[in-house]
Structures are given as C-alpha cells and as structure tokens.
Design a protein around this ligand. Structure first.
Ligand code: ATP
Ligand code: MG
Length: 202
C-alpha cells in the first residue's frame, strides 16, 4: 500500500514536470545559433565545449576550435581532432605566447594573431560551431580589446553558435551571451596531490 502511494505521488509529480517542460518547448520559437559561456573555477569547461564539438560533428556540422593559451601542452582533443577530423579547423595560440617569460608585447602579438583566426571563423557562415577556448584570459589581461570581441560575437552569422570558455569573463561578456554556466569547484584531485591525468585532464 505504501508503495502504491509512493508510485502515485511520483507519477503525479512527473506529469506536472512534463507539462512544464512541454510548455517551455512550445514557447521556444526562435531558431538561431546560441552564444554560450562556460566559466567558473571548477573542472569541466573545456571538456564541455569539446562535448559540443562532438555533438555538432555527429550532425556533420562544420566546426572551428581556436584555443587561447595552451600551446605547450598537447591535449587528447587536439590529437583526436587533428588525426580523425581533418575538416575541423583547429588553431592554437601556441608558440609566440611567452606566458613564462612575461613578455607582454609578445603575448599581445600572439593573442592578436590568434584572434584573427577567431574573427575569420566568426564571420564565416559555413561554420555552425565556433569554440573560443580560454578566451576570457585575453580579456582579463587586456591583451585583446573587449569591444572588438563582443562585436564579433554579436555580429556572427545568425545560424552560428559560439562557445567561450575560461574563468571570469566579466559582466559585459556575460550580458551578450545567451547561456552562461558556472562550473563550481567542490573539490579537485590536484589539491590532494594527484597528478593531472592523460585522457581526463588533458
Ligand atoms: P577541463 O579541460 O578538464 O574541462 P577546465 O577547462 O574547466 O578543465 P581549465 O582552467 O581550463 O579548466 O584547466 C584545465 C586543466 O586544469 C585540466 O587539466 C583540469 O583538470 C585542471 N583544472 C581545472 N580546474 C581545476 C582546479 N579547480 N584545480 C586544479 N586543476 C584544475
Ligand atoms: Mg579549459
């Protein structure tokens, strides 16, 4: 008897939930690409972006990935995309970015060069999905002019979606994005002395 009560209660709650979701689906009538920001201090921003790359590729969509910063460290996603997905445009800031030597003008030059790649993808309607991985740092360090970046995101082709990742990002960027998710750190293995793991962390 207890079980029946619980089951009935569950069914009624699920029906209500379904009605709510269905009405939201019915209300959504705009068909266009979305701008997504994945931010916060927890792990999962870039890997989420690459999850969307996989989704897009599943439908045969055209994808561009532009990574700001991580040029030294090879990653599984880079290895995979370069080997298996020659149609994906993949660009890394890579050499020229002298983070370690703290040569600001060389950094800015590298950031500008990389931004040119982003700009090109953001103005090409053939791209369904553009990932700007770790872009937020370029804004935080003022290596790139914010207005230029926001304008390029706002003025991209209507059907194109863009995913920006990186901690922070600032109010102006958040304002122009359609979806903003913050990955919150509860804990991270690294803080227990566990080494970054191939295929999981990079
Ligand atoms: P991922 O690429 O795993 O989705 P991310 O993009 O959210 O991570 P980044 O700040 O770009 O996070 O850091 C990339 C690398 O740093 C990954 O190896 C990730 O595991 C590690 N990392 C992410 N968050 C933390 C954290 N809070 N503390 C320590 N290391 C972290
Ligand atoms: Mg990342």
């Amino acid at each position: 008897m207890e079980d029946k009560k619980r089951n009935d209660k569950h069914r009624s709650a699920m029906q209500k939930q379904k009605a709510k979701v269905d009405s939201h689906i019915a209300e959504a009538s705009t068909e266009r690409g979305v701008a997504i920001l994945l931010t916060g201090n927890g792990k999962g921003k870039s890997s989420s972006a690459f999850g969307m790359v996989m989704r897009a590729l599943g439908y045969g969509h055209k994808v561009a990935v532009i990574q700001f910063i991580k040029g030294q460290q090879l990653s599984g996603e880079e290895l995979y995309l370069r080997a298996m997905c020659p149609d994906v445009y993949f660009y890394q800031m890579g050499t020229g970015f002298t983070w370690n030597t703290q040569d600001r003008s060389a950094d800015i030059e590298a950031a500008e060069r990389t931004w040119q790649q982003a700009q090109t993808a953001l103005s090409d309607p053939r791209y369904n999905l553009v990932v700007l991985d770790e872009l937020t740092y370029m804004l935080a360090y003022k290596y790139l002019e914010q207005t230029k970046i926001l304008d390029a995101i706002k003025n991209r082709p209507i059907e194109q979606s863009v995913v920006v990742t990186g901690r922070g990002g600032g109010k102006d960027l958040k304002d122009i994005m359609d979806t903003v998710s913050e990955v919150k750190e509860i804990k991270h293995a690294f803080k227990d002395g566990i080494k970054a793991r191939k295929g999981v962390d990079f």
